[in-house]
Design a protein around this ligand. Structure first.
Ligand code: 13P
Ligand code: SF4
Length: 460
């Protein structure tokens, strides 16, 4: 019996669910992965046939975000580009890559630590020493001071953060330089500086009677090191999806309003959860004067939201939630706060990838979950929690296309180079940028998530 995409039925077959890569390959050859339990929705299509291609196919193409990214996601000029992966790694079989990666890991021993974000494919996660969300991985980078090499299986902004938080003699390596983040790229230093200047024009720079500065900048972890540095220089802070509530409250204690970038959805969902009315959270369109708002609206604002979004989380809809509830009246719907506000409002709860993981682990056996986040994590959770029924809200397989650029072939390539003393794909942030960025990051790290599951936005 071929395993399907959802959890139920596995206990009978003893099979593990297919990984997302395996699922995509089956769909490509026209064999939709049959669901072993017809009561659960099965994924039978992919958002782009190009997903079935090996990631090095993209090394040779026009730089872009690849499958699943929306047509509005434009790769900025100057983004790091991955060169050609040597042929021996492109041609190596799965088992050969496995042998070579494990041999290189063993040879490097404690000199190496591999970090893996929850959204990485299972074929990569199997080699990670730490698996976690972006907040946990930012901390994990510091817990191995003896490691000379931090191989970061995540995306570019995460590797930059690890570089800034690690010691100068540690090297952070991103196995594929094309693993960026389309949302992070929606805000750049020039446009945020232009926005800041316009806000200064409106509000000046003097604090109010109770010492609050006119605007406190808050950047989501999913942003360049340059923007983290901007926040450090302007009394601001970084947040992740796991501590966004604490960070936004921190900012609003120190400022009359916050400028939140680049993810409008995380900003809006978090602002709403702490009681800020929608009319006090105008959207800032970087292509328009005063972001497209009038001076009165900006004056009355509490959180100014940058016009950014995640192409993966934007796919989730209220219609999908309604369909899941029709099919499973007892379903618990949990979504990531990068989803649009109506989706978060219609869900039972929203929270970071770590929140989702813990909420599932702590639920009574036999629970049913519909999850609105990246498919590799959802499928892994279904595999790790056979006591529950777990499925993705979106029945179309559409992984984060940039996370997806990391593949065992690139891991073997960078690790074997390290065993020869050669550091490939090193991510370095200049001290000029890193010094102020660390100020904003340290503020973030001191604002711990208000204890996992309870901290998430819960509307149930
Ligand atoms: P987390 O902060 O939950 O790890 O999410 C990072 C991310 O990129 C979500 O799209
Ligand atoms: Fe960026 Fe979205 Fe991918 Fe997260 S899931 S890394 S926000 S593109």
């Amino acid at each position: 019996m071929r395993p399907g995409l959802s959890s139920a039925g596995r206990e009978d077959s003893g099979d593990k669910l297919l990984s997302i890569d395996e699922t995509i390959q089956l769909i490509r050859i026209g064999e939709p992965p049959a669901n072993q339990n017809s009561s659960l929705p099965a994924a039978t299509s992919v958002c782009s046939t190009a997903l079935a291609d090996a990631p090095w196919v993209f090394d040779a193409q026009e730089p872009g975000y690849g499958p699943g990214a929306s047509m509005h996601d434009m790769l900025p000029a100057g983004s790091p580009q991955q060169g050609f992966l040597p042929q021996e790694y492109r041609q190596a079989s799965k088992s050969e890559l496995d042998r070579r990666i494990r041999a290189a890991k063993a040879a490097l021993g404690d000199r190496l630590v591999i970090l893996g974000h929850f959204y990485q494919r299972d074929e990569v996660i199997q080699y990670a020493d730490f698996v976690g969300d972006s907040f946990q991985l930012a901390n994990a980078a510091r817990t191995r001071p003896q490691a000379e090499f931090i191989v970061f299986c995540g995306v570019h902004f995460m590797a930059e953060t690890a570089d800034m938080l690690s010691r100068p003699d540690q090297s952070v390596v991103l196995p594929n330089l094309a693993a960026g983040c389309s949302m992070a790229d929606m805000a750049d230093l020039d446009s945020v500086t232009d926005c800041w200047n316009e806000l200064e024009e409106l509000f000046g720079t003097a604090p109010d009677a109770v010492g609050r500065q006119p605007v406190v900048p808050v950047t989501y972890m999913n942003s360049s090191a340059a923007l983290k540095g901007f926040c450090g220089q302007h009394g601001g802070v970084v947040c992740t999806s796991s501590n966004a509530t604490e960070v936004l409250k921190w900012a609003l204690e120190r400022g009359q309003r916050a400028l939140f970038f680049p993810d409008q959805h995380l900003g809006r969902n978090t602002g709403k959860a702490i009681g800020i009315p929608l009319e006090q959270m105008p959207l800032w369109d970087p292509n328009q004067r005063f972001g497209g708002s009038d001076a009165r609206t900006l004056h009355d604002s509490r959180v100014i939201l940058w016009h950014g979004f995640c192409s993966v989380h934007k796919r989730f809809t209220v219609g999908q939630i309604k369909a899941a509830r029709r099919r499973f009246p007892d379903v618990r719907v949990i979504v990531h706060p990068e989803c649009p506000m109506p989706v978060v409002d219609a869900a039972d709860a929203s929270g970071s990838t770590d929140y989702i993981t813990k909420a599932i682990a702590g639920a009574p056996a036999g629970s049913t979950f519909a999850i609105g986040t990246e498919i590799n994590l959802v499928q892994r959770l279904a595999n790790q929690n056979p006591q529950h029924k777990i499925f993705c809200l979106d029945s179309v397989v559409c992984p984060c296309s940039t996370m997806y650029r990391i593949h065992p072939s690139y891991i073997a390539w960078v690790l074997e180079a390290l065993t020869r003393g050669q550091v490939l794909n090193r991510i370095t942030v200049t001290e000029e940028v890193a010094i102020p960025a660390r100020v904003a990051l340290e503020r973030m790290l001191s604002l711990k998530p208000a204890s996992s599951v309870e901290s998430a936005v819960t509307s149930a």
